[in-house]
Write a protein that binds this ligand. Structure first.
Ligand SMILES: C[S@@+](CC[C@H](N)C(=O)[O-])C[C@H]1O[C@@H](n2cnc3c(N)ncnc32)[C@H](O)[C@@H]1O
Length: 245
């Protein structure tokens, strides 16, 4: 058996190495993560996140999980006294930066998208912003999100996507030159930001990701492009009576 085809449980050596690499990336950038987001997107990520939260429409009485919630900025926008909002993320350094900011009404839970440490059919809304790209087994994560949602519950995903063709040359130039340089100067971690650009490039386009969400059992799946398709919000619903979990 070759080294690459070895498995530990159901995970291959490649998958384990990728997970460890991603874990190291976020450990390395945690302290400067939010500043980098502001610089790289010229603040636009804040507008995207506001639109995203508006579409999530958090309400009192709900239990909302922000998966891959990192430093908790999306969770903080959704928090309110009458609802439970939890960040679920495998990176303790990212969550510690968020905790130090004292986001009121936000709870913190260590966990991955592939194994969400919550009971089945317990969550009203699962959000994930710029996180699904980092998940090694996206199919497993989508099934987990479906499992923890209550029937009728909604899943919303904000992610970089495939921009409209005329915008692509400018976007590629920016992402392959400016972003790694900013990563080097500001976050002192050029590898981390090279990883970021590569992971955006590898991620499925709008329609392919919509199909993955549908294959995981979600219905009413739709998407909305932001800033010429540079980012995109996908929405899906766990059907009311799918009889699973
Ligand atoms: C680019 S950050 C996004 C943080 C935040 N949601 C935001 O929008 O700013 C990606 C986050 O995904 C987390 N992550 C990495 N692997 C993950 C996994 N397998 N499951 C869930 N989250 C993961 C990282 O720890 C990191 O906090």
């Amino acid at each position: 058996m070759s080294e690459l085809s070895k498995t530990f449980g159901k995970h291959s050596v490649d998958e384990i190495e990728r997970e460890q690499r991603i874990r190291r990336v976020f450990e390395a950038v945690a302290a400067r993560y939010d500043l980098m987001n502001d610089l790289m997107s010229m603040g636009i990520h804040r507008l995207w996140k506001r639109t995203f939260v508006k579409m999530a429409a958090p309400r009192d009485g709900q239990f909302i999980v922000d998966l891959a919630g990192g430093t908790g900025d999306v969770a903080a926008l959704m928090a309110g006294p009458g609802r439970r909002v939890t960040v679920c993320d495998p990176s303790l350094p990212m969550m510690q930066v968020g905790q130090a900011r004292g986001h009121a009404g936000v709870e913190w839970l260590e966990g991955t998208g592939e194994a969400i440490p919550l009971p089945s059919a317990s969550v009203d809304t699962v959000t994930i912003a710029f996180g699904i790209r980092n998940v090694t087994r996206i199919d497993d994560a989508l099934r987990e999100i479906h499992r923890v949602l209550k029937p009728g519950g909604r899943f919303l995903c904000l992610e970089f996507s495939t921009p409209y063709a005329p915008v692509r040359p400018f976007y590629n130039l920016f992402s392959f030159t400016v972003i790694p340089r900013l990563g080097s100067w500001i976050a002192k971690s050029p590898e981390a930001y090279t990883y970021l650009v590569e992971s955006i490039r590898r991620f499925p386009d709008q329609r392919s990701f919509q199909q993955l969400i549908e294959q995981a059992g979600f219905t009413k799946v739709s998407y909305r492009n932001l800033s010429f398709g540079i980012a995109c919000i996908h929405v899906g619903t766990r059907p009311a009576d799918d009889g699973t979990h």
